[in-house]
Design a protein around this ligand. Sequence first.
Ligand code: F6P
Length: 321
Amino acid sequence: MKKIGVITTGGDAPGMNAAIRSVVRTAIFYNIEVVGIVEGFKGLYEKKFISLNSRSVSGIINQGGTILKTKRFYEFKNKQVRETSYQNLKNENIEGLVVIGGNGSAVGAYLLYSEFNFPVVHIPASIDNDVYGTDYTIGFDTAVNTAIDAIDKIRDTATSHERTFIIEVMGRDCGNLALEVGIVCGAEIVIIPEIKFEIDKIVEEIKEEEKKGKKSCIIVLAEGAGKAEDLTKILKEKLPDREIRYTVLGYIQRGGKPTYLTRKLATIFGSKAVELLISGQYGYMIGLKGEEIIYVPLVEVVNNKKLPKFEYLDIIQKMSI
Ligand code: F6P
């Protein structure tokens, strides 16, 4: 293998830059040329290629976002668009591709591999931690820490004013981010999309907590389960004597300096991805199971849904007595 490409696609996640750096430097270590594809699959379709060397990735291990830029590019669902993209790779003499991104990126990577037999390896990167086959995605730990920081601050107001706070976190249709944040922020209630919530149960829980002397309450709501604004309105009607407020954390969860765990995962995943391509093993996602780095066939990744850690709900309930 003489030349490979690296691309970041879908939503940006902290640690993408650390992964790009690792891919580039590992490839150069093995005397392989690296081409950066700018703006995700859109850039692949539009031939936006740049040459990367060891210095192009200097000083980015600590930066959020992605130096290669990224786009949501729904047109990649179109076979004709993928055909052109594949031809662009061939014309550029790119012999292997490392795709860094979340679930949508895994699907794109899988299609390039399965339809054109193109050598592809996927690195899971998403703040949602919703990619099947890996315990953690790059960026998740950073997003959790960002949310912790924000909720710790909100707690000051919740306690001082004896208020109920609903905090909406990202995660698309997956509750992993909400659960992880909820368990470490000491939330009384966590609402996730995988379990239909009953408003009367939540009201009961808040009343019970009040009886136990808890005057403030933190509810973490996953965006996929509903809108904080709507839930606040409903709760205000049911609990007119309580002061209820909400905060949507939004995009602050996507940005910022990657944490220790995010950088470490990104650096190891990036290096392993290149080594997998060199060894002729294609169509895999690099993943983490416990302490072990694993290679998961992309066909499994794209055909399964990652389930949240439901057992956390039980612990959260026990912690709120
Ligand atoms: O997948 C990451 C994520 O931030 C989700 O949590 C969120 O639902 C979505 O992306 C937002 O997408 P966009 O950046 O396209 O608005």
